[in-house]
Design a protein around this ligand. Structure first.
Ligand SMILES: Nc1nc2c(c(=O)[nH]1)N=C([C@H](O)[C@H](O)COP(=O)(O)OP(=O)(O)OP(=O)(O)O)CN2
Length: 162
């Protein structure tokens, strides 16, 4: 039995987005952005036909997820320090007794506690694992997703054998 690892780290697995990291109830970064990049790696037994599985389905998924975030400002929907209030066309982000207004059309709210590279990597991994049957059908044994906010700086999330 030969086990293969497949890593896909395409230039187009990228998205430009704004965010700020929250460090405490009173400390956060100023608003800024990154050109993020995503890589995904799979662990899978190679079949007799020399193919582990056709990874194109996951390339499409990563592309679609990057497009969902691209050119938006990312806000954490599950932060213990930041409260989001809906007001007409706006989201008001309440942090440390101040209110930061965002137009809804500019924002993607993610079910995360912070917009960090480690949280973002878990978001991508969970979205890939949503179709658990597909992962099982492909016989995938392990997945690692990494999100880079710049060269040489990534957060990673892993599932299964790696
Ligand atoms: N555990 C984490 N810590 C920090 C994160 C993170 O995602 N996880 N993110 C930040 C900042 O948002 C990020 O570092 C800002 O990046 P950049 O503008 O590149 O600034 P750097 O501090 O990385 O400076 P460089 O000189 O470019 O390395 C902070 N902490």
């Amino acid at each position: 039995m030969r086990v293969a690892s497949l890593e896909i780290h395409k230039e187009e697995f990228s998205f430009s987005a704004g965010h700020f990291t929250i460090f405490s109830a009173t400390e956060r970064e100023q608003l800024h952005g990154h050109n993020y990049h995503v890589s995904i790696a799979f662990k899978k037994v190679i079949q007799n036909n020399g193919l582990s599985f056709d990874y194109r389905v996951y390339k499409k998924k990563i592309h679609a997820l990057c497009a969902q975030l691209d050119r938006h400002f990312l806000l954490p929907g599950q932060s213990q320090y930041l409260r989001l209030e809906e007001e007409g066309d706006y989201w008001l982000a309440h942090f440390n007794n101040k209110k930061i207004p965002f137009l809804k059309e500019d924002v993607v709210i993610l079910p995360l506690s912070n917009i960090t590279i480690e949280e973002l990597s878990h978001w991508f991994l969970q979205k890939i694992l949503e179709d658990a049957q597909e992962v099982k059908n492909h016989g995938i044994r392990g997945i690692i997703v990494k999100v880079y906010n710049g060269p040489g700086q990534s957060g990673g999330a892993a599932w299964g054998e790696n």
